[in-house]
Ligand binder design. Structure first.
Ligand code: ADP
Length: 729
C-alpha cells in the first residue's frame, strides 16, 4: 500500500490516491523493498507502461525530503518539457521544478534553487563541462530509457555523464529506468545498483502475427479478418478494431510511409464517424492548419478531419501534441507513426500493428531488421489499463515463411543485451577531450581509470582495447592542438577548453579552424558549407539527380568554399561534400527569405527539419565566431553576419529590423518595402505607414514600436496608409 512506503513526504499517499493510485504495482513494490526510497541505487528493467515514472518519483521525492536535490535525465529534448509538466504537480507541496534546455553554454545557475531538474544527457554533460555549481549538490539522479546507452550517437554521452556525476559524488543515488533488456544485471553491476527485472504488465498483452486473412496469436488463437477487395491487411485490422470500438497505432519505417498510411487508413475510419465526432475532428483539423502553412500541415489536417493522423519527428511540436491529445481522447482512431512515438510518448491504444519490421539503416547501406527491444517497446503501447480488456499487438507477414520467422524473431524472442558504443572514435574523441578539460583526468593513467567506470569497461572482454583506442584519440587531439601531452601528463590547451565548452565534436572544431585559417574573406554560402561539412551537422541525403545538380553548383561557386574541394574521383568524400552543399544551399535559401514551405518541398523534408538545420547552423556559426575570435582571425564579423541571417532567415539588409522583438522575417520584409530600413526607421516612421505594412494589426504595431524603443507607441486613431500596404504586396 502507498501509505507504507518509508521516507517519502507525508502528503504523497493522499496525492497518489487522488490520482487513483492505491496500491503499488508489483515492480514498484519490489523497488521500494530494495530501498529506492532509502537512497539505494536501482536499475528497473520493466515493460513499457508498467509504472516506471512512479519509481522515479519515489526516489526523487524521498531524496528531496532528506534535504537533497534530484536530476531527471530524459533521452529526448521533446520529453524534457513533458516531464517537467508532470513533476510540476508537486509544486503545490512546496517543491520547485526546473528544466534545463536553452543553449549549451549557459551555466543555468538559476537551477540551483530547484529541487528537481529535468534535462537531456547532452545538457547535463554541457553543464558539467561548464562547471555549473549546483551539479555538486545532487543527491539523486534518474536516467530514463537507460537502454539508449546502446545508441551509437547518443549513448556514449549518457554513459560518460553518469560516470562523471558518480565521480563528483560517490554517494549519489542512481536510478536507471529501462525497457526490458537482456542484460539488466550487467547494467546494475556497472552502476553498483539493486535490480528489479520484471515482465509484469498492468494489462494483458497478446502478441502475434497477421498472415493471410487472420491474426495468429501467441496463445494459439486465430482470428479471421475478412479483407475487402484488394485492400491492404492494415485496413482490415483497423476496421476490425473499430468494430470493437478500439483505436489502432500503426508503426511504419519512414515519414513518407507514415503520411501515406494515414491517408489510406482515413478512408476506413471515415465511414464510421458520428456527426459529433466529425464536428470535433473538424476543430482539431483547424487547429492543425493554424500551426503552420505548409503541405505537411495540410496533409495532416486532411487526415485528422477523417479520424486518422500521422506522427513523426518532422512534425512541428504543436502538431505532435494535437495528435497525441486527440488520440488519447479517442477522437482520432488511427495513428501511423515512425518509431519515435514508441519511445517516451504515452499513447496507449487498443491494438498496435508493426507494419514494417525493417527500416533503412545508413550504416549498412540497406534495410535492416528492427531490434527485438524496439519491437517490444512498440508492442508495449497496446492496451489502455482501465479502458481495454487487453491489448493486442501484431506484426505483418508477407508469406507463410515469414509468419514463422516473425514468431521466432520477435514474438517468442527475448530482447537483446545493450552494448556500450563508447569505443567508437567520434564518441571517445569528444569525451576524452571533455574529461581532461573539465578536470576529471590530468594524465593518461587517470584518464584510463576514469574510463574504467563506464559500461564499456564493464563489458569489454578484449584486453587492451580501451587503452588502444584511447591512445589513438589522444594522439588525434594532440595533433590538432586541443590537448598537450608531457610524459604521462595531459592538459587541455586554451582552444581545447573552448571546444569542450562549446560542446563541439573536436573534429568539427578542427574542420572549422582549418577552413577559417586559410581565409581572409568569406561569403555566407562559404560559411554555411563549412559548418555543414562538420560531423555535428546531419546533412540532407542526395537523391537521384541531386549528384549532377550539386556537382554543377559546386563548380559554379568553387571559389566561395573554404578549404580544398575533394576530387570527383574520391567517391565517398566527394559525395559528403555534395550533401553538405545541399544543406548549405538550403540554409542559403532560408537566409534569402524563401518561404518555409517552398524550402520543405524543394529539399524533400518536413518543416520541423528546416528549423532543426537552422538551429544547428546558428549554433555552429556561433561556435565558429568564438573560435575565430580566440584565434585572432579577422573574419569574425563576417561569420556573425552569416549567423544572424540564418537565425532570422533574412537578407543582409534586414538584419537590424528582424532583430526587433515581434518582427520576424516576413514583417521585416514588408516594413522594408514600405521604406522603413532599420530600428531607427521604426522610431521615426509615420505610424500609418507602419500600420499599413503590418496589415492593420494595431496591437502588433504597438508592441513592435515599443520594442524598437519608441516612447509614443500608441496607435489610437491611426489609419493604415494604403500605399504602404500595396507597396508591401
Ligand atoms: P512507463 O514509464 O513504465 O512506460 P508510466 O510510468 O508512464 O509507464 O505509467 C503508465 C501509466 O500507469 C500512467 O498513466 C500511470 O499513472 C499509471 N500508474 C503507474 N503506477 C500505477 C499504480 N501503482 N496504480 C495505478 N496506476 C498506475
Amino acid at each position: 500500500n502507498v501509505a507504507d512506503v518509508p521516507e517519502v513526504p507525508d502528503w504523497l499517499a493522499d496525492h497518489l490516491r487522488d490520482d487513483g493510485i492505491e496500491d503499488l504495482y508489483p515492480p514498484q513494490a519490489e523497488a521500494v523493498e530494495k530501498g529506492v526510497t532509502e537512497g539505494n541505487s536501482l536499475v528497473a528493467s520493466i515493460p513499457t507502461a508498467s509504472g516506471k515514472t512512479l519509481i522515479a518519483e519515489l526516489a526523487m521525492l524521498s531524496s528531496v525530503a532528506r534535504g537533497g536535490k534530484a536530476l531527471y535525465i530524459v533521452p529526448l529534448r521533446a520529453l524534457a518539457s513533458e516531464k517537467k509538466a508532470e513533476f510540476e504537480q508537486f509544486e503545490r507541496y512546496g517543491l520547485s521544478v526546473g528544466v534545463s534546455t536553452g543553449n549549451y553554454e549557459s551555466e543555468g545557475e538559476w537551477l540551483s534553487s530547484s529541487d528537481i531538474v529535468v534535462a537531456t544527457s547532452e545538457k547535463v554533460d554541457s553543464l558539467v563541462r561548464n562547471g555549473a555549481s549546483w551539479i555538486d549538490d545532487l543527491s539523486c539522479v534518474v536516467s530514463d530509457e537507460v537502454h539508449l546507452v546502446d545508441d551509437a550517437h547518443r549513448g556514449p554521452t549518457l554513459e560518460v555523464t553518469l560516470a562523471k556525476l558518480r565521480r563528483l559524488n560517490p554517494n549519489l543515488q542512481t536510478v536507471a529506468l529501462s525497457a526490458t533488456i537482456g542484460n539488466a544485471g550487467q547494467v546494475a553491476d556497472w552502476l553498483d545498483a539493486e535490480l528489479v527485472d520484471s515482465d509484469w504488465r498492468p494489462i494483458d498483452l497478446r502478441t502475434g502475427v497477421h498472415y493471410g486473412q487472420a491474426l495468429h496469436f501467441d496463445d494459439g488463437e486465430k482470428r479471421e479478418l475478412p479483407v475487402r477487395g484488394n485492400e491492404k491487411p492494415t485496413s482490415a485490422i483497423v476496421r476490425d478494431t473499430l468494430d470493437e470500438d478500439g483505436s489502432t497505432l500503426v508503426f511504419v519505417n519512414s515519414r513518407r510511409n507514415a503520411e501515406g498510411a494515414a491517408k489510406r487508413l482515413a478512408g476506413v475510419v471515415e465511414e464510421t464517424l458520428t456527426n459529433e465526432e466529425q464536428e470535433a475532428l473538424g476543430e482539431v483539423a483547424d487547429a492543425v492548419r493554424e500551426v503552420s502553412d505548409t503541405e505537411t500541415s495540410d496533409d495532416l489536417a486532411n487526415a485528422v478531419e477523417r479520424g486518422a493522423a500521422f506522427h513523426h519527428a518532422g512534425l512541428a511540436r504543436d502538431h505532435r501534441s494535437l495528435v497525441e491529445e486527440a488520440f488519447q481522447d479517442r477522437l482520432i482512431k488511427v495513428v501511423s507513426a515512425t518509431p519515435t512515438l514508441a519511445a517516451g510518448v504515452n499513447t496507449p491504444s487498443r491494438r498496435v500493428v508493426v507494419r514494417d519490421w525493417r527500416r533503412y539503416d545508413g550504416s549498412v547501406g540497406g534495410m535492416a531488421p528492427l531490434s527485438v527491444l524496439e519491437v517490444h517497446q512498440m508492442f508495449g503501447r497496446a492496451g489502455r489499463p482501465g479502458l481495454d480488456p487487453y491489448g493486442e499487438a501484431v506484426l505483418l507477414a508477407n508469406g507463410h515463411d515469414e509468419l514463422d520467422e516473425l514468431f521466432e524473431r520477435y514474438v517468442w524472442a527475448d530482447p537483446e543485451a545493450v552494448q556500450s558504443k563508447l569505443a567508437a572514435e567520434p564518441a571517445l574523441r569528444t569525451h576524452v577531450l571533455a574529461t581532461v578539460a573539465s578536470g576529471f583526468a590530468d594524465s593518461r593513467s587517470s584518464l584510463l581509470s576514469f574510463l574504467e567506470r563506464t559500461l564499456y569497461a564493464t563489458q569489454t572482454d578484449e584486453p587492451g582495447r580501451l587503452e588502444r583506442v584511447t591512445d589513438d584519440v589522444v594522439a588525434y587531439l594532440v595533433a590538432n592542438e586541443f590537448l598537450e601531452k608531457d610524459g604521462d601528463s595531459l592538459a587541455a590547451t586554451s582552444i581545447g577548453h573552448t571546444v569542450s565548452r562549446l560542446y563541439l565534436d573536436p573534429m568539427s572544431a578542427a574542420e572549422i579552424i582549418d577552413g577559417l585559417r586559410g581565409a581572409t574573406e568569406a561569403t555566407a554560402m562559404g560559411l554555411y558549407h563549412l559548418v555543414s561539412r562538420t560531423p555535428d551537422m546531419y546533412d540532407l541525403y542526395l537523391r537521384s539527380g541531386d549528384r549532377e545538380q550539386y556537382t554543377m553548383l559546386a563548380y559554379e561557386r568553387e571559389e566561395e568554399f573554404l578549404g580544398a574541394m575533394p576530387s570527383e574521383f574520391e567517391d565517398g568524400r566527394f559525395e559528403d561534400w555534395l550533401s553538405a552543399l545541399k544543406t548549405a544551399r538550403m540554409l542559403e535559401d532560408w537566409a534569402s527569405e524563401v518561404d518555409e514551405e517552398r524550402i520543405a518541398e524543394r529539399y524533400g523534408v518536413g518543416p520541423g527539419d528546416v528549423r532543426g538545420k537552422v538551429d544547428t547552423a546558428e549554433w555552429l556559426l556561433g561556435a565558429a565566431e568564438r573560435l575565430a575570435g580566440e584565434l585572432d582571425l579577422t573574419i569574425a564579423p563576417t561569420i556573425r553576419e552569416a549567423r544572424v541571417r540564418v537565425k532570422h532567415g533574412v537578407g543582409e539588409e534586414l538584419i537590424d529590423l528582424a532583430g526587433v522583438r515581434g518582427v520576424g522575417r516576413k514583417r521585416a520584409r514588408r516594413l522594408y518595402e514600405a521604406g522603413i530600413q532599420d530600428r531607427a526607421g521604426l522610431r521615426n516612421a509615420e505610424k500609418s505607414v507602419v500600420l499599413g505594412a503590418l496589415r492593420g494589426r494595431t496591437q502588433t504595431a504597438e508592441s513592435i514600436l515599443e520594442a524598437a524603443g519608441r516612447d509614443d507607441s500608441a496607435m489610437d486613431g491611426v489609419r493604415e496608409d494604403p500605399e504602404a500596404k500595396t507597396a508591401a504586396l
